[in-house]
Design a protein around this ligand. Structure first.
Ligand code: 9MR
Length: 485
């Protein structure tokens, strides 16, 4: 595989990272993450609201405008007016969009509430397909299914008209979403799934584990994280985040609010997310306290007058001290219920250019007949103003879709380049892109080192694998090359 010469690069800028970021979105971006807010279309004419939104956040979730009752008020009559307004507002300002939500027992229009059986199943799948298709390429991550598990100790599915169409309704929704928008990350989203010991958390964990094992498309888990006195922030929250991440999915904190907005708890939530490499974003459920669904609890980062609260300062400070390179080691906390299958191929490190360049690491989640590869690009001492990654797929492997990168080619030698929002990486910081392919991804990662040269290492240590990388340079596998431009 060839590394393109530097003459082909257009420009390279020196990134400045010595000064602490002064907004939530900017600081999160320096850490390869987003910081978002739930947004109501009706408030986009509120100047104070929009000022905060545009200044502080780099991700947006429509609070109600993409729900089923909003987008398909009458069967097969779709209305995207308010959702499009939010998407347009966000994307024109470089913010990303989380889609919420395609299939849910709640906020169904009347026509859907009264349906059941195969008619409802078809209507649900049609809704998923139509809405995901409308927003294809504009939504970074979809909450495909929302709140499908029951509260309490049963670990059972929530009873609903959708559940009564058959237990496979969730995977059917995910498959329809993948087909409609192959580039979007597909999330399962729920509340009261923050405490690792809770039956509901364990039930969602088993769902994701099952989906990964059977190749049902799922890319992320959303933890709503509405914390209050009855459902407090749990001390094992980080274990929950890292345990889900160890299944090979991203973890996103999707609807954060905390009763009374205690600065220490907000700080803990941010630190927990930053400690888990695949916790790639946080969204607060609203902008100001007065915008919150729980306004009387004053649970957000800005007061009703738009002033920054102590929790805001705590969040920004926690973001600013977070690692600019996401951790590469496996989770340090051991899940109390260990996965029954070993984790997917551990990440491997492929240093490809000097200290001023960038490096790429690739991890592969392989199943029978296909795989998802996640490539993390970390800028060297000069930062990047654009990047490209070359890699060579194994014979017979064909890419079916990619996200967070432009791509040339589907087979053999493939080149990926940055998209508009992830070309600039400051020194030492990272971004990720990924792709799904048929065939084998084994050629993208180095083989285990031969026994006589392999230092002793614990069973799941990716650090040991990465350390042996140099031993195999020029071996039978291809390394991703990363070049800043
Ligand atoms: O914040 C939303 C509120 O304006 C709506 O009236 C409510 C209707 O169900 O939904 C709220 O958002 C919910 C989100 O969609 C799913 N998780 C719980 C949120 C708070 O209820």
């Amino acid at each position: 595989m060839a590394v393109l010469g530097s003459a082909a690069c257009v420009t390279m800028i020196m990134a400045t990272s010595a000064t602490a970021a002064t907004t939530l979105g900017a600081s999160a971006a320096e850490r390869g993450r987003y910081f978002g807010a739930a947004v109501a279309a009706s408030k986009l004419s509120d100047t104070a609201y929009v000022t905060i939104l545009n200044r502080e956040f780099n991700s947006v979730t429509p609070e109600n405008e993409m729900k089923i009752d909003a987008t398909e008020p009458n069967q097969n009559q779709f209305n995207y007016t308010n959702a499009d307004r939010i998407v347009s507002h966000a994307r024109s300002r470089g913010m990303q969009v989380r889609g919420h939500t395609l299939a849910w027992h709640s906020q169904q229009p009347g026509w859907m509430q009264s349906m059941s059986g195969t008619a409802l199943r078809s209507a649900m799948l049609n809704h998923v397909t139509q809405v995901a298709t409308h927003f294809r390429g504009q939504v970074v991550a979809w909450d495909v299914v929302n709140e499908a598990f029951a509260d309490g100790s049963s670990g059972a599915r929530r009873d609903s008209n959708l559940q009564r169409t058959g237990n496979d309704w969730i995977e059917a929704a995910f498959r329809a979403a993948r087909a409609a928008d192959p580039g979007a990350k597909l999330c399962y989203n729920d509340y009261n799934t923050d405490d690792w010991t809770h039956a509901k958390t364990q039930a969602v964990y088993r769902l994701v584990q099952d989906f990964k094992q059977r190749g049902v498309p799922i890319d992320c888990v959303g933890l709503q994280s509405h914390f209050n006195s009855g459902s407090p922030y749990p001390s094992n929250y980080r274990t929950t985040l890292s345990s889900f991440a160890a299944l090979g999915v991203d973890v996103q904190i999707t609807e954060l609010d905390i009763e009374g907005a205690p600065a220490a708890t907000y700080r803990n939530v941010v630190a927990d997310c930053l400690a888990v490499a695949r916790c790639n974003g946080i969204t607060t459920w609203g902008v100001r306290d007065s915008d919150s669904w729980r306004a009387s609890q004053n649970p957000l980062l800005f007061d009703g007058g738009g002033n920054k609260k102590p929790a805001y300062d705590a969040v920004l400070a926690a973001l600013n001290v977070g690692p600019t390179t996401a951790p590469t080691t496996p989770p340090t906390t051991v899940p109390t219920t260990p996965p029954t299958t070993p984790p997917t191929t551990p990440p491997t490190t492929a240093p490809t250019s000097g200290p001023g360049g960038c490096t790429a690491t690739v991890s592969v989640n392989q199943w029978t007949g296909g795989f998802v590869a996640t490539v993390r690009i970390t800028a060297g001492s000069s930062g990047t103003n654009g990047w490209r990654v070359n890699l060579t797929l194994a014979s017979g492997a064909t890419i079916t879709n990619a996200w967070n990168a432009n791509r040339s080619g589907n087979t053999g030698a493939v080149q990926f380049t940055n998209v508009s929002y992830n070309g600039q990486i400051a020194a030492g910081q990272s971004t990720e892109f990924g792709f799904q392919a048929n065939g084998t991804g084994s050629g993208l990662t180095p083989p285990a080192p031969p026994p006589d040269r392999s230092p002793p290492r614990p069973p799941d240590s990716s650090a040991g694998r990465a350390a042996s990388f140099g031993d195999h340079a020029g071996g039978g596998w291809s390394r991703p090359c990363c070049v800043p431009c």
